[in-house]
Design a protein around this ligand. Structure first.
Ligand SMILES: Cc1cc2nc3c(=O)[nH]c(=O)nc-3n(C[C@H](O)[C@H](O)[C@H](O)COP(=O)(O)OP(=O)(O)OC[C@H]3O[C@@H](n4cnc5c(N)ncnc54)[C@H](O)[C@@H]3O)c2cc1C
Length: 388
C-alpha cells in the first residue's frame, strides 16, 4: 500500500489548492472526493468574488495571499482563470451603515488592506447607473477582484498533478483509522490508504468527517441562491455589495445583496436570505428570481431590461461566527481542519492551502500561528464579524 504524507478529503475550493501547495512543497499528496471530478460540490456554486476586505485579520491576510495567487496565475502558469481586479465596493445608504463601514477602515488598513471611504460622486463614476437616492458613499478596495471558480479549480488541479498530487474520484471516505490516538490511514467505500495527516476539506459535509474523530464541528450547511444574466457591454468593474436588509413579505426577506459583471459581460448576483435556510437542499426555488430582481432593479434601475439566463443554489458551510475553523485539534493526532468556509471558501482556498502545507511541514510563520489561534476549533464563537 502507498503511504501518503497527507490525504485531503474533498476536491473543492479548499482541497484542491491545498493539494497544489502540499504537492509543490514535496509532500506525497492524495485527494479523495465522492463526486466524479474537481469542483462538483460548492466551489462551482460560488459567484467568484475574491476580497481581502474583511474585518478579521486572519481572513484579511489569507485572502491577501489568495489574491496574489489568483492575480499572478496566468503569468505563472499560463491558464486564463478570468481574473479581474475590479475591486469591491460596499455602498452605504444609511448613517448607520456609513458609520460601520468607516469605523472598520482604520483596523483594515492596520492589517495592510488598501481601502478607502469614497463619496457619492466617486461611487457614481465607479458604478454608473446606481440608484443615488439616499446614497451616502461607501468603501472601495481596488485590489480585490473576481475569477471563475471552475476555471480556477481546474487550473489548480492540473498544476497540482504536475507536482504529482494524486486524486481518487467517485470514492467516499467512510472512516479514519487510528492507532493509540494517532492517525495511520483512512477507509473509503472502495479502498484503504495509509497516511500520517488527514485534512478535512469536506465543505458542507465536514462535520460527518469530524465525527469520525469524535470532533463535533459547528459547521452547518446553509442554502444560498445565485444567478447570471445575458452578456452586455462592460460598464462597471467592482463587486457591489449592498448591506441593507430588504423586506419582502411575498418572496422572503434578505440581508446582503451583491453582484459584479464578469469577463464576458454577464452580471452574476447573489443574496443572503433572512432568516438563513439551513440544510443541504440544492434545488433552486421559484421565489429567488422575483425576490432578487426587485433588489436588482431598485439598486440599479438600468438593469430592468436585462435577461436572466439561469439561477442555481448551493451551500455555505457556516460557522457560528462566519470564520473558518483551521488547524490541528488537541488529542486528534494527525487530523487537521480546513472547514467552515461560509460564503468565502473560494477566496480563502489558495491562502489556506499554503498554510496547511506549512502546518504539516512544521514551517509555520508567526503570522500563521496568529491565524491558527484565531481560527482554532476551541475559540470563542460568539464574536461575529461585521462583514461576515
Ligand atoms: C450561491 C453561492 C455563492 C457563493 N459565492 C462565493 C464567492 O463569491 N466567493 C467565495 O469565496 N465563496 C463563495 N461561496 C462560498 C463557497 O462556494 C464555499 O465557501 C466553498 O465552496 C466551500 O469550499 P469547500 O472546499 O469547503 O467545499 P466544497 O467546494 O463544497 O468541496 C468539498 C468537497 O468535499 C467532498 N466530500 C464531502 N464529504 C466527503 C467524503 N466523505 N468523502 C469524499 N469526499 C467528500 C465533496 O464532494 C466536495 O467536492 C458561494 C457559495 C454559494 C452557494
Amino acid at each position: 500500500m502507498v503511504d501518503y504524507d497527507v490525504i485531503i478529503i474533498g476536491a473543492g475550493s479548499v482541497g484542491v489548492p491545498t493539494a497544489l501547495a502540499c504537492a509543490s512543497d514535496g509532500l506525497n499528496t492524495l485527494v479523495i472526493d465522492s463526486l466524479p471530478s474537481v469542483s462538483q460540490a460548492d466551489n462551482k456554486h460560488a459567484i467568484g468574488g475574491i476580497r481581502a476586505t474583511h474585518t478579521q485579520k486572519g481572513k484579511i491576510w489569507l485572502c491577501q495571499r489568495s489574491i496574489e495567487i489568483f492575480k499572478n496565475w496566468e503569468q505563472n502558469f499560463g491558464d486564463d482563470i478570468w481574473w479581474s481586479q475590479g475591486g469591491y465596493c460596499f455602498v452605504a445608504y444609511s448613517k448607520e451603515h456609513q458609520k460601520m463601514l468607516k469605523s472598520n477602515i482604520e483596523l483594515q488598513k492596520s492589517y495592510g488592506l488598501d481601502i478607502n471611504y469614497i463619496n457619492k460622486e466617486d461611487i457614481r463614476s465607479l458604478i454608473p447607473g446606481i440608484n443615488e437616492d439616499n446614497l451616502l458613499g461607501g468603501t472601495y478596495s481596488p485590489e480585490d477582484g473576481n475569477a471563475s471558480p471552475l476555471l480556477s479549480l481546474h487550473a489548480f488541479y492540473r498544476q497540482s498533478k504536475n507536482f504529482q498530487a494524486e486524486y481518487r474520484f467517485n470514492e467516499t471516505v467512510t472512516g479514519i483509522i487510528t492507532k493509540n490516538g494517532i492517525i495511520t490511514g483512512l477507509k473509503t467505500n472502495k479502498n484503504k490508504y495509509n497516511t500520517t495527516h488527514i485534512v478535512n476539506a469536506a465543505g458542507g459535509y465536514a462535520n460527518i468527517i469530524g465525527k469520525m474523530m469524535n470532533i463535533d464541528l459547528p459547521v452547518i450547511p446553509e442554502s444560498h441562491e445565485a444567478g447570471i444574466t445575458e452578456p452586455v457591454k462592460k460598464f462597471f468593474n467592482p463587486m457591489v455589495v449592498d448591506i441593507r436588509p430588504a423586506k419582502d413579505e411575498v418572496f422572503g426577506n434578505s440581508s446582503n445583496y451583491y453582484f459584479y459583471q464578469n469577463k464576458e459581460g454577464k452580471i452574476i448576483f447573489c443574496l443572503t436570505p433572512q432568516p438563513s435556510i439551513i440544510g443541504t437542499d440544492r434545488r433552486e426555488t421559484s421565489s429567488f428570481l422575483p425576490q432578487i430582481t426587485k433588489r436588482m432593479i431598485s439598486l440599479m434601475p438600468r438593469l430592468k431590461n436585462i435577461k436572466i439566463r439561469r439561477t442555481w443554489r448551493g451551500l455555505y458551510p457556516m460557522t457560528p461566527d462566519g470564520n473558518p475553523i483551521l488547524g490541528r485539534v488537541e488529542g486528534a493526532n494527525g487530523y487537521i481542519n480546513a472547514v467552515g468556509m461560509s460564503g468565502q471558501g473560494f477566496m480563502l482556498g489558495p491562502g489556506i492551502g499554503e498554510l496547511m502545507s506549512r502546518l504539516i511541514r512544521t514551517k509555520l510563520t508567526l503570522k500563521d500561528k496568529e491565524i491558527l489561534k484565531d481560527f482554532s476549533f476551541t475559540r470563542d464563537y460568539n464574536k461575529e464579524e461585521d462583514l461576515k
